[in-house]
Design a protein around this ligand. Sequence first.
Ligand SMILES: Nc1ncnc2c1ncn2[C@@H]1O[C@H](COP(=O)(O)OP(=O)(O)O)[C@@H](O)[C@H]1O
Ligand SMILES: Cc1ncc(COP(=O)(O)O)c(C=O)c1O
Ligand SMILES: [Mg+2]
Length: 276
Amino acid sequence: MALKKTLTIAGSDTSGGAGMQADLKTFQEHGTYGMVALTVVVTMDPNGWSHNVTPLPTELLQKQIDTALSTGIDAVKTGMLSTEEIIRIAGDAIAKSGTTNVVIDPVMICKGDDEVLNPGNTDAMVKYLLPLAAVTTPNLFEAGQLAGTGTPKTIDDMKVAARKIHELGAKAVVIKGGKALATEKATDLFFDGETFYLLESDKVASTYNHGAGCTFAASVTANLANGLTVKEAVIEAKEFVSAAIANGWALNDYVGPVMHGAKSRFGAPEVTVTEI
Ligand SMILES: Nc1ncnc2c1ncn2[C@@H]1O[C@H](COP(=O)(O)OP(=O)(O)O)[C@@H](O)[C@H]1O
Ligand SMILES: Cc1ncc(COP(=O)(O)O)c(C=O)c1O
Ligand SMILES: [Mg+2]
């Protein structure tokens, strides 16, 4: 039986919760065939868990992309890209990929680490990636950077940022309020270019949410490959990640990854969708 082919152009989170590890686990859970073009390797200091990001040579990234694209892919996502050159290479790859199922997760920051990867990358993402996006999935901070509005603090701020990001070329936008937004529920704003929707689920009190953003975007990607509409894809992804967060666990004293396979094992918390 032929499977839908999903590619992630992303970094390796050696601790396994985020990055391409989250993407592959999520692709598998959605019944798609996962492939990786690796951009950077993230390692952690065993004493204190601070992150170290090591880029791979760009020629090697290009060879991986050529390999994966030659198979004919059904959907592609981007994750941690780290330099302007890598962002440009990813943009060229997506333009050549032959699929419009393109999910741009504009990773600029890792949870628990305050350091912005490379502030100059925002311009490159706007130039090379947003115009190709069927959907982009910034968190609050990333949405503020892309839109140039500063970090949204309210749903109205999120609407303004989503509209700007849509004007920059992304066909649809999900701004993840997550636990940072001061709302009772875990609230994300979905904008399809015409209508705004709130996607809400119960906020999980746990801090074991490492990899939530990658898991959400990978879920959207696999859903698009499987033929869902963008709206259907983001709603299922919200269910998928809510289940993963609700079952997050402690890997060690420093980090708690989400449980990528939770939805199929334990079911998903309820997600409500409200047009606003
Ligand atoms: N504590 C939480 N409880 C329930 N859902 C959450 C929680 N934190 C984040 N989410 C959801 O997880 C998804 C990823 O969001 P977020 O963690 O903000 O992204 P990122 O990892 O990119 O910063 C979103 O759908 C968000 O609403
Ligand atoms: C390789 C890599 N990609 C992406 C991320 C972003 O992860 P999140 O899903 O928590 O936004 C991280 C964070 O550690 C990472 O190491
Ligand atoms: Mg993220």
